[in-house]
Design a protein around this ligand. Structure first.
Ligand code: NAP
Length: 250
């Protein structure tokens, strides 16, 4: 197993990509702390890990709330003594909203979860990683972080920001033994895209048809990629973005 003795935090691990990332890291031997807004969903992921013989803990944490998020990270350090891996995955989506249809509150909400949440997680987990001179931070961005026109203004801005934070982390803390990588998924089959995929508009059908691999992605495929990138097999990979989109933006 690639991740024996590693302690990992995965935010938003109560559903979709986060749940599959948590399951895959646990399969590879990591102890996984699941931080999710709704505790019951995180507990469900933890029970799935335990059924597979893995180990972890489930903590309620809203990543946009600095005090609560910091406390949750501190609890992980108290319980396990260190953090080796942080996956900043928690995120929300406001569909195909446009500038005229996005109000200020909606913009602030997306930025505070998708972007500020990554800043806070990195800031608090790094304190411990810097002491240990070891850490891997994976930030789940999106292809909307690489180009405009694929999502709403708020979501697009938040994911561009996530890629910016990733580069800053990797550059400033590479010398401290920290790696940071942004993953940019295309369209993945999760609760976030359920409505779009269950009742696809002509635009969605065309979008799927335009994907060279002719299908949407599965959250398990995100889990596998993360497990590779956080492992020592990827020890020379940092400060970059990895696109996983079936060729959608190629
Ligand atoms: P999802 O199934 O809706 O899962 C999102 C998870 O994040 C849920 O467990 C949710 O918990 C949690 N969450 C939301 N707000 C939170 C907060 N403030 N604090 C802590 N946890 C919070 O969506 P997903 O598709 O797996 O998305 C995961 C990540 O992948 C996001 O960053 C998303 O932007 C990114 N992504 C997804 C796609 C896609 O096509 N699905 C494409 C590109 C990027 P609650 O339900 O309790 O709120």
């Amino acid at each position: 197993m690639k991740l024996n003795d590693k302690i990992a935090i995965v935010t938003g691990a109560g559903s979709g990509n986060g749940r599959e990332i948590a399951l895959e890291l646990a399969r590879e031997g990591a102890v996984v702390a699941i931080l999710n807004r709704t505790k019951e969903k995180g507990d469900k992921t933890l029970s799935m890990i335990e059924e597979n013989g893995g180990k972890g803990v489930s903590l309620e944490a809203d990543v946009s709330d600095a005090k609560i998020f910091k406390e949750a990270i501190s609890k992980v350090i108290e319980k396990y003594g260190k953090i080796d891996i942080l996956v900043n995955n928690a995120g929300i989506f406001d569909g195909q909203e446009t500038f005229p249809t996005t109000d200020e509150e909606a913009f602030d909400k997306i930025i505070s979860v998708n972007l500020k949440g990554v800043f806070l997680g990195t800031k608090y987990a790094l304190e411990n990683m810097l002491e240990n001179k070891y850490g891997v931070i994976i930030n789940i961005a999106s292809i909307a972080g690489l180009r405009g026109g694929t999502a709403s203004p708020a979501y697009t801005a938040s994911k561009h920001g996530v890629i910016g934070l990733t580069g800053d982390t990797a550059t400033k803390h590479g010398p401290d033994g920290i790696r940071a990588i942004a993953i940019c998924p295309g369209m993945i089959e999760t609760a976030m895209t359920k409505d779009m995929l269950e009742d696809p508009s002509e635009q969605t059908k065309e979008l799927i048809e335009s994907i060279p691999l002719k299908r949407v992605g599965k959250p398990e495929e995100i889990g596998k990629l993360v497990a590779f990138l956080v492992s020592d097999d990827a020890r020379y990979v940092t400060g970059t973005t990895v696109v996983i989109d079936g060729g959608m933006i190629s």
